[in-house]
Ligand binder design. Structure first.
Ligand code: CDP
Ligand code: CDP
Length: 222
């Protein structure tokens, strides 16, 4: 099952709970882009860097050599737990900037597909239904208004101990939406056969419930 959508629409939290309810594996594809972004930032890349051809090759190399392990809540990059580091807004913003690169996207493609083993998979991101898993039995495009999403991200960042303010968050979110939607490679838009679900007025658990019902209707077996 694929759950795509814009930033802070809730796709990660929903996908994780749905995967647990179904006993499926879970892929947060944004983490892969964030891990490469973290390496770029650590290598000193500026936020406004214009990507050269060599930069794109460097990104693809980082992606190909990505030594990552997921252990519960931990995200181990070369054995270092970077679970918190990759959640910083500047990492999300850099992830969105490098994600325009076709070279990087294709370097990450097979790694994402390798998660589809065993009973089933719930994958969340931007292009799970449109590019990475075009034959998925259920595709959902999760939306929520920009204001609701900024507030959700605000609460989430504060709970993790980061500082945040709503004005900057709303601006970052609108910029990121525009960049993700307007790029030529795998732009943020619902797959043709995706169901659009607006969670603006739903709690997390209500959203999970709707998704599980959609899955039962579409695919059965639960
Ligand atoms: O959680 P949030 O939606 O803020 O971000 P994320 O899913 O972790 O993704 C970070 C950035 O990586 C996004 O803004 C996208 O530009 C990019 N991304 C992508 O291009 N394709 C994916 N399948 C997942 C993420
Ligand atoms: O992965 P994405 O960036 O789309 O968002 P997320 O990190 O899964 O969700 C952002 C925050 O919104 C989390 O703290 C979720 O628990 C929360 N959320 C919510 O309050 N109501 C929903 N219907 C869905 C998510």
């Amino acid at each position: 099952m694929c759950i795509d959508g814009p930033t802070a629409s809730g796709k990660g939290a929903v996908a994780k709970l749905v995967s647990e309810a179904l006993g499926f594996a879970y892929l947060d594809s944004g983490v892969l882009y964030r891990l490469v972004a973290l390496q770029a930032l650590r290598a000193g890349w500026a936020d406004d860097r214009l990507l050269s051809e060599n930069d794109e090759l460097q990104l693809a190399q980082w992606a190909a050599e990505l030594d990552v392990r997921f252990d519960g809540e931990q995200v181990l990059l070369n054995s270092e737990n970077v679970a918190l580091d990759i959640r910083e807004e500047r990492v999300g913003n850099m992830a969105s900037k490098i994600a325009v690169s076709a070279t990087l996207r294709s370097a990450l493609l097979e790694r994402q597909r390798a998660f589809a083993q065993g009973a089933g998979l719930v994958a969340d991101g931007r292009d799970m239904g449109s590019v990475v898993f075009p034959d998925a039995p259920l595709k959902i495009f999760l939306q929520a208004s920009a204001e609701v999403r900024a507030e959700r991200r605000y609460k989430q960042l504060i709970a993790k101990g980061f500082s945040a303010n709503m004005v900057d968050l709303l601006q970052d979110l609108n910029e990121r939406d525009a960049r993700d939607a307007n790029r030529t490679q795998a732009p943020l838009k619902p797959a043709q056969d995706a169901y659009i679900l607006d969670s603006s007025d739903l709690t997390l658990l209500e959203t999970v419930d709707v998704v599980l019902k959609m899955y039962a209707q579409q695919v059965g077996n639960i």
